[in-house]
Design a protein around this ligand. Structure first.
Ligand SMILES: [Cu+2]
Length: 151
């Protein structure tokens, strides 16, 4: 009886790993913030093996997290929240400055180079099944310490 239970657990773990491989997140990073800066932006590369959408993001480092896109408005780049982000099958979707990105709203403390920020992404597949993916964003300073941060 005991070994049968173990087998069931092993089978469940195996199934969980198969699902987890549906979506991979690579190179998640967050931009270091200046003191007093309330929000931080996050980039990464998401690859889903089947058609899916990123529908939510959360982080314990911020009061709330949003999916953003950049649009041109009278020649000025503006950020706008979007409800979801399509993840076409087997396509690497790159998030980062200048395009779609994730936004940490209401940071609990400034993001410092070398820190890592925990993130939970929620992805919904075409069959309505959802999956949560945990990742850590490495905080990087893109400006070489000059502090030109206009995000
Ligand atoms: Cu943004």
């Amino acid at each position: 009886m005991k070994s049968k239970n173990l087998f069931v657990i092993a089978a469940l773990l195996f199934a969980a790993q198969v699902y987890a491989a549906d979506v991979t997140v690579d190179g998640a990073w967050a931009r270091a913030t200046a003191p007093g800066q309330a929000n931080g932006s996050v980039g990464m590369i998401i690859t889903s093996q089947q058609d899916a959408r990123l529908i939510a993001v959360s982080s314990t480092a911020a009061a709330s997290s949003e999916i953003h896109t950049m649009t041109m408005d009278n020649g000025i780049m503006k950020m706008r929240q979007i409800e979801d982000l399509p993840l076409p099958a087997k396509q690497a979707v790159k998030l980062g400055p200048g395009g779609e990105h994730l936004m940490l709203m209401g940071l609990k403390k400034p993001l410092k180079e070398g820190d890592s920020v925990p993130l939970t992404l929620t992805v919904e597949f075409a069959d309505k099944r959802t999956e949560k993916i945990q990742t850590q964003a490495q905080v990087k300073s893109l400006t070489g310490g000059h502090g030109h941060q206009n995000h």
